[in-house]
Design a protein around this ligand. Structure first.
Ligand code: PLP
Length: 381
């Protein structure tokens, strides 16, 4: 293989165990596998996560749900993103649960489902302070009443999402959102319209705030062994006596395509942005920004070769990159190169790659091209 992503099954299992322990036995654990499981590969991650105790799978788009059904998954699947009108029938026919936040699509879905003789469990998203999706508090009871009176749908879930939980060690805003959420839930209860499955928690909330756990937690980044942010890690250290350890699930690898000697004073790559300061040995790697090795890593990132660091030289190209291996002896083409993960005693983390390229682990990971093979390693016998 030219470029590939390795998925550490034991790490995934460990991380799910961490969340299971935090949640206790009550709440359901929803594994968020949207966006190709944050770049890890939806198929292998969903298979492992359900084996290791995830109760639900959460996706963004109806097509992601269809793919999971095609692979034989029987667990409840929550579609958290927008479903266009012409795809509502696919929700009905594949037993997918949508998150909805407008009356019109709810009525349309009810019609489509009733025509099929089905009843779709739907989840309402309510506005608590993120102002992205979400039904205003003043309209929730009316919409829930309408759902009760419609054939083809029933209210199963009540959800919200936190605006400011990862980016801070002050959880005041999240707690105020939770208060708003609770008052909406109370209104529904008073009207005898309560949704049985309430959910608000992402990874950071699941780790930090037990009051957010309710009946279902939607766990993404933490399951992949990546902290939602440095602030979340710091907050966890303040809150808990025992350190919570997450194990990174992904490694990303490639191979040396060519090794060449470049004299002192010569330029490397497009734009002549790097000039050798000595006679150098340059290795060409068959990986570039098309594959998700971001161009903003040019000139700043390192890779691991033979357990040593090799710095990027010149600009990252569409499908190629150049690294300086002058100080690493005895290399040959096809030698393994680690872009992300461990080799020997050293390790390149996704936090480091994100910092180098001016983004966050969420964006970095989801940017790794879905065409690269995902290989499960370290699985149990
Ligand atoms: C992506 C997403 C999550 C998961 O968030 P993490 O921080 O990755 O755990 C949870 N809920 C919703 C609505 C999401 O879109």
């Amino acid at each position: 293989m030219l470029n590939w992503v390795e998925i550490d099954a034991a790490a995934l299992r460990h991380n799910l165990g961490v969340f299971r322990e935090r949640l206790g036995s009550g709440p359901l654990l929803g594994a968020v596998v949207k966006s190709n499981a944050y770049g890890h590969g939806a198929a292998p991650v969903a298979a492992l996560a359900t084996r290791f105790g995830a109760d639900w799978l959460c996706v963004n788009h109806v097509d992601e749900g269809l793919a999971l059904r095609a692979e034989g998954h029987q667990v409840p699947i929550l579609v958290m993103g927008y479903t266009p009108g012409d795809r509502l029938r696919d929700l009905v026919r594949n037993d997918l649960r949508p998150v909805l936040y407008d009356l019109a699509p709810i009525e349309r879905l009810a019609e489509v489902a009733a025509a099929d003789g089905q009843t779709v469990p739907i989840h309402l998203k309510v506005e608590t302070g993120t102002h992205r999706q979400g039904i205003p508090a003043s309209e929730v009871v009316a919409i829930a009443t309408r759902i009760r009176d419609l054939q083809g749908v029933r209210l199963e879930g009540l959800s919200s999402h936190f605006a400011n939980i990862e980016d801070t060690t002050d959880h005041g805003y999240a707690l105020r959102q939770l208060e708003t959420y609770r008052s909406i839930d109370a209104q529904l209860r008073d009207a005898d319209l309560a949704a049985p499955i309430r959910h608000t928690a992402c990874s950071a909330a699941a780790l930090l705030l037990e009051s957010t756990h309710l009946e279902l937690a939607r766990v993404g980044i933490g399951m992949y062994g990546v902290w939602p942010s440095r602030e979340t890690l710091v907050s966890c250290r303040e809150l808990f006596e025992t350190e919570i350890e997450l194990h990174p699930v992904m490694s990303w690898k490639t191979r040396i395509a060519q090794i060449r000697d470049v004299p002192e004073g010569e330029f490397v790559g497009y734009g002549c942005t790097y000039r050798t300061t000595r006679a150098s040995r340059i290795a060409v790697l068959p990986i570039g920004y098309h594959e998700g090795y971001r161009r903003s890593l040019s000139g700043v990132a390192h890779v691991l070769i033979a357990g040593r660091r090799a710095p990027l030289r010149g600009r990252i190209c569409m499908n190629m990159s150049m690294v300086d291996v002058s100080d690493i002896p005895a290399l040959s083409t096809d030698d393994e190169v680690v872009l992300l993960g461990r080799q020997g005693d050293d390790r390149i983390t996704v936090e480091q790659l994100s910092e180098w390229s001016g983004t966050i682990p969420y964006e970095f990971l989801t940017g790794i091209h879905s065409s690269l093979p995902r290989v499960v390693v370290n699985d149990l016998p």
